[in-house]
Design a protein around this ligand. Structure first.
Ligand SMILES: C[S@@+](CC[C@H](N)C(=O)[O-])C[C@H]1O[C@@H](n2cnc3c(N)ncnc32)[C@H](O)[C@@H]1O
Length: 301
């Protein structure tokens, strides 16, 4: 597990604990779907079956940890759309974007729909979410998630996010872009170095094009969240730096998550715009979940 992460030793705090956290299993987090049931009712329902949930975080009481031995996807409550198994850090992205009810929202890379359905929940099924996913084979799991969870305010499109049509401007944009996924290696295992390097070389340019296109699609007062589940500054701060140098963009500070670390303005000899420090890095030894990165972005002034 150490080879690919060694490049990050200089900016990940308490690096040895970070490495050690990869030997521990991921917790079982789930989100209660308020579109169908209240957290109180769901917790009581599972309690009657002898299943205790523990509330996590204090920002939104729909996030819970279930016992490790329980696969939430096998419960009747999953099929009824009362719960959605979702990493805690993934849920934080929608909470940070915080779309208003009745707003126009674009989810640039939507499948399998964890964040789209959470956004719909936060909007109380009002307004419109354009859930965009390039790969049509991923529209089936996306549609399944949205219908199971009772999402009524989403339409699906299949554009390359980096070329999404510029006919409309949006109040809120989620840019949860494809990435090398280092934050998920804790359960999927580390892939071969050559595979990661090849993938990353191709994806960086796409990520830069996606963030710029997303920014250009914002209304004047619009907000965008850029997120990945990877640690590499090449896919995170370097992409933000690219945007900050080309557009009148700025990062908005946010404090939704205890254990969050700031974005890094240095990586080896590379220096990024100081503004990237307003982004949030989520490490498994600080917040027990999938490793994550996110930045909240608005138009300057
Ligand atoms: C990190 S996943 C999104 C996860 C999703 N936001 C969620 O919370 O469930 C990235 C998604 O982007 C899709 N994708 C890859 N290239 C894309 C592109 N050029 N345009 C739009 N979507 C793309 C992938 O198929 C994948 O489903």
């Amino acid at each position: 597990m150490t080879r690919l992460f060694e490049d990050y030793r200089n900016f990940i705090p308490d690096f040895d604990s970070f490495l050690e956290s990869h030997t521990r299993p991921l917790p079982n987090h789930l989100r209660v779907n308020r579109l169908k049931i209240s957290p109180v009712a769901l917790v009581g329902m599972l309690q009657e079956k002898g299943i205790s949930l523990r509330a996590v975080g204090d920002e939104d009481d729909s996030l819970y940890e279930a016992p490790r031995t329980l696969p939430p996807g096998k419960l009747l409550e999953y099929f009824l759309g009362y719960i959605h198994p979702q990493a805690l850090t993934s849920c934080l992205a929608s909470l940070v974007l915080a779309p208003r009810p009745n707003s126009l929202v674009l989810d640039l890379c939507a499948a399998p729909g964890g964040k789209t359905s959470h956004l719909a929940q936060l909007m109380g099924n009002t307004g419109i979410i354009v859930a965009n996913e390039l790969h049509r084979r991923r529209h089936a799991p996306l549609s399944h998630t949205l219908s199971r969870l009772g999402v009524l305010n989403a339409v699906l499109t299949a554009y390359p996010a980096q070329e999404f049509p510029s006919r409309e401007r949006f109040d809120f944009i989620m840019a949860d872009v494809p990435c090398s996924g280092e934050g998920r290696w804790r359960f999927s295992g580390e892939p071969r170095v050559t595979v990661v390097s090849k993938y990353r070389a191709g994806i960086e340019e796409t990520q830069k094009r996606m963030i710029v296109r997303g920014f250009d699609l914002l209304k004047k007062e619009g907000i965008m969240v850029y997120s990945t589940c990877t640690y590499s500054p090449a896919e995170n701060e370097r992409v933000l730096d690219f945007l900050l140098k080309r557009r009148d963009a700025e990062l908005v500070p946010f404090d939704h998550a205890p254990g969050m670390e700031p974005g890094t303005s240095h990586w080896g000899k590379e220096k990024f715009d100081e503004g990237v420090q307003r982004a949030g890095r989520f490490y498994p030894h600080r917040i027990d979940s999938v490793g994550f990165f996110m930045a909240k972005i608005c138009k300057r002034g």
